[in-house]
Design a protein around this ligand. Structure first.
Ligand SMILES: CCCCCCCCCCCCCCCCCCCCCC(=O)SCCNC(=O)CCNC(=O)[C@H](O)C(C)(C)COP(=O)(O)OP(=O)(O)OC[C@H]1O[C@@H](n2cnc3c(N)ncnc32)[C@H](O)[C@@H]1OP(=O)(O)O
Ligand SMILES: Cc1cc2nc3c(=O)[nH]c(=O)nc-3n(C[C@H](O)[C@H](O)[C@H](O)COP(=O)(O)OP(=O)(O)OC[C@H]3O[C@@H](n4cnc5c(N)ncnc54)[C@H](O)[C@@H]3O)c2cc1C
Length: 666
């Protein structure tokens, strides 16, 4: 029996609520908790077979080779789960995300894109026949694919992609080319040396006309030998800030021919004679990106809960300085500044989780409507997915970095798992749509909505644009969560309204629409962010209220404290906006700060219980600082001893360089 650190045990003893009750709530029910644990048992059952060398000591090439070995073992387990009927499309998101978040794919997996984008793209954009042809083999990984959209010259502006797919009616084939250096595909995960197929996004030409970008299934390597096929130039793009096991690749195509049936044809088609049949909406071709933006929000929740668990447990174990002379050294968690750094990460994990589920439901509902030919809610889904992807990734990157800093020097160690975690989440600010660009997409939707606010039926997420303008809406400020949400609604409405009026003034004074948009775009990004904050705050508040009656009083109380903490934290962060838009007095401000301090005090005894409830086992957490038993110092030393430098008492460089240098001979 492993001894638990005494401080950590004391924290657990004083937790006021039932930790299992919260874990069950997070998972969505006892059956879901059980299923998750069973999946995790399966995932860690092969841990002994996985390479145990810490990744950070490996070369770029070794990292890749190690990642392939480990990923194959892990995804092999997923295949086994599929065969045993333990996975279905409905729980696939959880299965794959648990796997990608697991210890052995700590720095990403070269097989990830196959599950995250290759298969979803075929599901989303392939006709029924194409799905029947490709998915069965992809599902059991007989073929492995990637998603090749971004090029050396263009990532954001996908209408500007240069790769071409020209239809040849005589052979009924598409001929694919990357005619310039800037048209080389650049970034796709697993493309370097792992996958043998990929979705290539290219400009479609038929009968001499360009019809914009479409997706094609292209085989890049031989299924037996894995050699690149004729006309294919493929390789790894090199070392990156993080995700170094992902094997992101480049791809050049020189007159590569594929059958007509390998253009994904659910929404648009090219007939045998080369006739182009348009999609109902060209943006349906962007469906795979919308799906991934939705799952990224879930992914952020996983990483944030890990970082919070590591930093909170460590802060309970770590003692530094004396708050009062004569008393033992203080647990750093007792410093209010430390709680200020960490508790927001706990609250945000819950806020983002509830919002991610809501977004997932919207995505599924809209996808079903699209299937029936109803495209009405596509713009709202796109606007929602864009801003939630942007804000959840930016916030998570900043909270994870706070958690890392909150662990002092030890947070800088790879073995804490905080640097790698930061590397993973900060990548998400860029991939799948760079965050500023995505916020501008949401702003575009908000501007249009605002311009027609009195004439169109408003969808639920933007109804506040109208209600906030009704007489008496804001009322007198009081320090309550409801009032903060109303305050944020007014801020968002005013930011949108101001951006629109500034743009209109510029246009009236002779500026082009494009220039007016560009000059106003800093405000527009602020408006989109404010809108997103309204959505997260409201969804979190409603989500907790909805389940409140089903909870024990102790858990209800602590969850309400988290909702309060999240709201007050953001009210203080955005106090300038509130002061500008809402009548809030100096004394309101003072009591807002006192309220915040009170919640930090109230939450203190439950901090460790709250992160324990995330129920992340040590095998998944992989952190010297965050393990359940709190043996922080022992683990740090154990990990240090794994450094290859410690394998020999004297390194050969002493004799070769240091000694001659010290003797003045070099
Ligand atoms: C089998 C089950 C499987 C289950 C699997 C389970 C999975 C398990 C999960 C496990 C966890 C894993 C976590 C993830 C890890 C990720 C790994 C890393 C992956 C990274 C991959 C990548 O990184 S892959 C590349 C992504 N690369 C972009 O992301 C480019 C951004 N760039 C744009 O996306 C466009 O370029 C941009 C800006 C919109 C302008 O596009 P554009 O120029 O064509 O459009 P305009 O701006 O002119 O807009 C014209 C009108 O189109 C409207 N509109 C635009 N887009 C629309 C849309 N999508 N839907 C609807 N409407 C749309 C717009 O709102 C306008 O509407 P309106 O006219 O009415 O105002
Ligand atoms: C780790 C990682 C994995 C990836 N995986 C894949 C993959 O599997 N498949 C794939 O196809 N791609 C992948 N990508 C590529 C990714 O999708 C792009 O990098 C991303 O879409 C951003 O595009 P960009 O690099 O062209 O940035 P740019 O668009 O060049 O952005 C640079 C700057 O310009 C600004 N900017 C650009 N356009 C505008 C505008 N219209 N208005 C205002 N500002 C603007 C941006 O805000 C940013 O500050 C990956 C990227 C990373 C980092």
């Amino acid at each position: 029996m492993v001894k638990i650190n005494e401080d950590l045990q004391r924290e657990r003893d004083k937790c006021s609520f039932n930790i299992t009750e919260l874990t069950t709530l997070i998972d969505g029910g006892p059956d879901k908790t059980e299923a998750r644990k069973e999946r995790e048992n399966i995932l860690i059952s092969r841990n002994d077979d996985l390479s145990a060398i810490p990744e950070e000591y490996l070369s770029h090439k070794e990292k890749y080779e190690n990642a392939v070995k480990n990923s194959v073992i892990l995804f092999g387990l997923v295949r086994k789960m599929q065969e045993d009927g333990k996975t279905s499309v409905s729980n696939y998101r959880d299965v794959v995300s648990a796997l990608l978040g697991s210890s052995t794919t700590r720095d990403g997996s070269p097989l990830g894109l196959h599950y995250i984008m290759f298969m979803p793209a075929i599901l989303n954009q392939g006709s029924e026949e194409q799905q029947a042809q490709w998915l069965p083999r992809a599902w059991v990984s007989n073929i492995i694919g990637s998603y090749a959209q971004t090029e050396l010259g263009h990532g954001t502006f996908i209408r500007g992609l240069e790769t071409t797919a020209t239809y040849d009616p005589y052979t009924q084939e598409f001929v694919l080319n990357t005619p310039t250096l800037t048209s080389y595909k650049w970034w796709p995960g697993g493309l370097g040396h792992t996958v043998n197929y990929c979705i290539v996004v290219a400009q479609l030409y038929t009968k001499g006309q360009c019809h914009g970008i479409h997706s094609f299934i292209v085989q890049v390597r031989d299924e037996e030998t894995h050699e690149p096929l004729p006309g294919i130039k493929v390789g790894d793009i090199g070392a990156k800030l993080g995700l170094n096991a992902v094997n992101n690749g480049f791809l050049g195509l020189d007159n590569v021919r594929i059958p007509r049936t390998q253009m994904l044809m659910k929404h648009a088609q090219v007939l045998e004679n080369g006739t182009y049949v348009k999609s109902k909406n060209s943006k349906l071709n962007y469906g795979a990106m919308v799906f991934v933006r939705v799952v990224i929000v879930f992914d952020m929740v996983n990483y944030l809960s890990k970082a919070a668990t590591i930093a909170v447990r460590y802060s309970a174990v770590r003692r530094q300085c004396h708050m009062k002379e004569g008393e033992p050294e203080t647990q750093i968690l007792d410093y209010m500044t430390q709680r200020h750094k960490l508790f927001i990460a706990i609250a945000a994990t819950h806020a983002l989780r509830i919002t991610a589920y809501q977004l997932w439901d919207t995505f599924n509902a809209v996808t079903e409507e699209l299937g029936g030919g109803n495209l009405d809610r596509l713009p709202e889904l796109h606007a929602l997915a864009c801003c939630l992807k942007a804000v959840s990734t930016a916030d998570t990157a900043s909270y994870v970095e706070r958690c890392r800093l909150a662990c002092g020097g030890h947070g800088y160690m790879h073995s804490s798992n905080l640097p790698l975690t930061y590397g993973l989440v900060t990548a998400a600010c860029t991939y799948e749509g760079e965050n500023t660009v995505l916020l501008l997409q949401t702003a575009r939707f908000l501007v249009k909505t605002w311009q027609n606010v009195d004439t169109i039926k408003l969808t639920p997420t933007v109804v506040y644009l109208k209600t906030t303008r009704e007489a008496g809406f804001s009322g007198k400020w009081e320090n309550s969560v409801e009032c903060i949400i109303k305050g944020f609604q007014i801020v968002a409405m005013k930011k949108i309204s101001l951006s629109v009026s500034h743009m209109q003034k510029r246009i009236s004074s002779g500026m082009s629409i494009e220039d007016a948009w560009n000059i106003t775009s800093v405000q527009l990004v602020g408006a989109a962010e404010a809108h997103c904050r309204v959505i997260i705050l409201q969804t979190f508040y409603d989500g907790i209220n909805k389940v409140s009656n089903t909870l024990s009083p102790a858990l209800r109380e602590v969850l309400q404290q988290l909702v309060e903490l999240y709201s007050v934290y953001w009210a203080i962060q955005k106090i300038g906006d509130l002061l500008q838009c809402v009548s809030i007095s100096e004394s309101d401000l003072e009591s807002l700060h006192s309220w915040y301090e009170n919640i930090l005090v109230q939450l203190r005894p439950n901090a460790v219980g709250l992160v324990d409830a995330f129920d992340i086992r040590d095998d998944m957490l992989q952190s010297t600082l965050g393990a359940y038993d709190g043996r922080v110092y022992e683990r740090l030393m154990e990990e240090a001893l794994k450094s290859p430098l410690n394998a020999e008492p004297v390194n050969h460089t002493f004799h070769k360089y240091l000694k001659p240098f010290m003797q003045g001979k070099l």
